[in-house]
Design a protein around this ligand. Structure first.
Ligand code: HEM
Length: 172
């Protein structure tokens, strides 16, 4: 997976907990504490999963809470700072989420990444089912990322996951 995911996690930990905690997360993941990442580095998927797990261990929180924190930071701070153009194009959470498959396709072209793909189905006026598709099986990251998108647009979104279907209820 592209190092951008790890850069985001690193940014979150450095900002909220500091460098010693990040080093601890790296060593708990079995990686050298001097590990260095860039947005385009290729990081083995297993290492990314280990780092999220180690975040939970080191911070004494659940894996779910670690993914929630990651998703919130990605969608409210990290992604808006480096992929600003995609956020600028959308005025609401629903517009942004509807653009997200295209955003990931664009990532494939630019960076040679293999991001997830999404299909969309509106089940009610304010209810969208976004179906996740990726060989990685990381659908569990979706709720935190989507709630983060809601926060970015100052909206409350309700998210429930069934298999690869992610149901999102909007308030507007
Ligand atoms: C502008 C915002 C976003 C950008 C630029 C972006 C870009 C990317 C990139 C570059 C990757 C790594 C892919 C790879 O290395 O193969 C990735 C992974 C991923 N993205 Fe996004 N993303 C954004 C927002 C979101 C949001 C809001 C969601 C959830 C709805 C999401 C869901 C995921 C998931 C689950 C992965 C993990 C990889 C996988 O499951 O295959 N992304 N994204």
């Amino acid at each position: 997976m592209k190092g951008t995911i790890v850069k985001c996690l690193e940014g979150l930990i450095l900002e909220k907990f500091g460098a010693p905690t990040w080093k601890q997360i790296l060593t708990t993941s079995g990686m050298p504490e001097s590990s260095f990442f860039t947005t385009t580095t290729n990081v083995p998927d297993a290492d990314v999963v280990k780092m999220i797990g180690a975040t939970a261990t080191v911070l004494k929180i659940t894996g779910e809470q670690a993914m929630e924190a990651f998703g919130e930071y990605w969608s409210t701070k990290y992604a808006p700072s480096i992929y600003e153009v995609y956020f600028a194009k959308a005025k609401t959470a629903r517009e942004f989420l509807m653009s997200l498959d295209g955003v990931h396709v664009a990532m494939t072209k630019n960076a040679g990444a293999q991001p997830p793909r999404f299909t969309y189905k509106w089940t009610h006026e304010r209810e969208l089912v976004m179906t996740y598709s990726s060989a990685r099986g990381l659908v569990a990251l979706m709720p935190g990322l989507i709630r983060g998108v809601g926060k970015y647009y100052r909206e409350t979104v309700d998210v429930t996951v069934t298999g690869n279907d992610v149901k999102i209820q909007f308030t507007r």
